[in-house]
Design a protein around this ligand. Sequence first.
Ligand code: OX2
Length: 832
Amino acid sequence: DEPLELHVEERKRQHALAQEHLKVEPVEASVLRHVQYTLARRHQPLTAPDLYLATALSVRERLIERWTDTQSYYTTKDPKRVCYLSLEYLVGRCLQNTIHNLGVENEYTRGIAALGYELEDLAAEEHDPALGNGGLGRLASCFLDSMATLNYPAWGYGLRYRYGMFEQRIERGQQREVPDYWLQGHTNPWEVQRLDISYPVRFYGHVHAVRQGCNLRYQWEGGEIVKAQAFDSPIPGYRTRNTNTMRLWSSCAWDEFDLNAFNAGQLAAASEARVRAESISAVLYPNDHTDAGKELRLKQQFFFVSATLQDVVRRLKRSRRPLAELPDKVAIQLNDTHPTIAIPELMRIMLDVEGLEWAEAWSISTRTFAYTNHTILPEALERWPVPLLERLLPRHMQIIYEINHRHLQEVEARWPHDTERLSALSIIEESFPKMVRMAVLAIVGSHSVNGVAEIHTGLVRTRLFPQLADMWPERFNNKTNGVTPRRWLLLANPSLAALLTKWLGGQGWVTDIERLRILKAHAANPDLQQEWAASKRVNKLRLADYIQRHCGVEVSADALFDVHVKRIHEYKRQLLNILSIVHRYNVIKAASPEERAHMVPHVKVFAGKAAAGYYLAKRVIHLINSVAAVVNGDPDVGPLLKVVFLANYNVSLAEVIIPASDISQHISTAGMEASGTSNMKFALNGGLILGTMDGANIEIADAIGRHNMFVFGAAAEDTDGLRREMAYQPPPTDERLQQVYSCIEAGAFGPASDFRAILDSLQHGNDFYLLAHDFPSYLEAQAEVDRVFVNKADWIHRSIVSASCMGRFSSDRTISEYAANIWHLEAVPCPE
Ligand code: OX2
């Protein structure tokens, strides 16, 4: 942030100086300079951690110059900006991503080699910051990459958790959670602490009404003040000068130290406030799809929202614009309901601090906010108890009541005496205690509500919020998710990237992934097929090596690599997969040598974390590992079946796994996975999909041709009916599945008691996730996979066609749609 009145000449001079400096200093010199002067180390011996850090600092210098230029340029141009508010970001490692985006990979590869190291090895020294749970957080990071690449003036706002997602260890087959102190060891070269940017955030206290003329004005006073301190990370676009900002807030005490308490000899009390303040940004809630319902979680949400809005308003004022212009200058996107408290907070600022009238404030607010819904699972829909809000944020609770009052008046005017509709549309749920439905508040207070895949948006409209969609049909829209081809192809899959650059005549595909379509016409070309297969093999060997090193299991790259990686959740049905693996094991055991000779060898790869308190999900991890131990140790099975569970799934592990898959599984019960994004990454990397007609699988099937996907299972529109039928008359269990149950019950994979809860949920539960129902068609689809896999040319043909038709699933396309239809944003390319 620089003052408006830029000293242009001075900037030019500095720029020229910096350019000169970079020109004369080769990579080796720059890196060694950092070893010596920044890290204060000797050059000999050079260790990998030191060299990683020095390299990162060297790259950072080039980055920072673009970053400050971009920010100054935005300040001068003063265009409309988007603020993406997300409680989660899964950034991934930065070094190689930055080097690629800056276009300096040759320089750095050579420079680092001259120092006796390989760039990839240094890159692996970087701790992968895991400030998110899964798809939602990774989507936010893909979006930031696309916004910068497309030159949109964008800010990502979030929380700088001291402890991110826990590190998962597997001990005796079970998950153990270890805190992940990602900032340990050394300073983070990818962030800058902005000591000059901090804001006070209030909690608790009371509301005071003052008479002003004939109006009442409200003031929120007292309580506790916490300081929000900004940490900025540069987000470089790919081969553009534009470098945006991700601003994460860290909490600390407003008064560093209570001297009075200290002088009075109350040492503990003196530091108490500090500890309480710091606890706000201490840990990420490691729950995927769970409404945490905890006071600390609400504190986190308000803390980050309040600091962000103060920052937004300050910037508007600095450019000397009235608040009335906010919607023309800023679009705020709410990533799920987590930042929804921003709506009453903006209202509070406008009403109580800026003195605007309700009608104008409300109009400004609704034109500024837009909300993205990511799930229809009821357990993920946030609801906050009214008494908690009244205590923690008393003024916001008043404002929410007022919003609701006016909203329900509008409902009453349109549908008089329709009490059912009134209670369905109310922001307040009349339960004990009363609850605030954050999704309803988000929809009432936004001008746009979007789902993340066609089917999902349809379900949001028809099943989740039919009355709201009825009231404002124009508000609801779809923005199918996408993934960035930079990280998920260029970076994660160098061999395929090289192939694409060669066959497509240049690197244009990196920003225009639609160009892959050209390959479709060449899918039968034997040269292309041969190179394609060779590239896949390189990636499979890399994963095989990883498996060997981390699980001690030897796997053959000739086997079919069948991958199931994502958060462990009942609706994602890892259980269905492992049950089918037990069945496969039974079939192999019963097969004759001739039959075995015709079987396709499989390597089954699992990875994913279970929320610490999610009992059944943790039992599933245990079952997978127990089956793996038996199968991998059975000499009778040999290479026909290997099962591995790779611990601590995160972005960098995904980068190793995804390019190596032949098949990946996206087998959620239809209607339950909003979109999925790894399905897109797998297909883009030439993997085929085994999946249900759910989430973005449906659109992927449309794009690549349904015959290129292995589809099975109930359709979303049939699930309710099926559940009702099964409850009325449970169907007989498939014999093969029954045999699988019997094996587990007989202790084939360890004491049956370890898996009792799983078996009970299947046999005596109501099969809510339709496992038993989908089991036969799942096996049928797997048999089809095996039939196709033995015909190498057919397989590769499908793989090429799938990847080449994935253009629609770039996050560049998604972001262009958000920019055009929701944010009304123009690209602002920063001149070289
Ligand atoms: C996830 C959804 O489960 C997933 O289907 C989607 O692809 C992803 O968000 C990005 O849109 N927490 N995680 C999600 O939703 C919630 C809530």
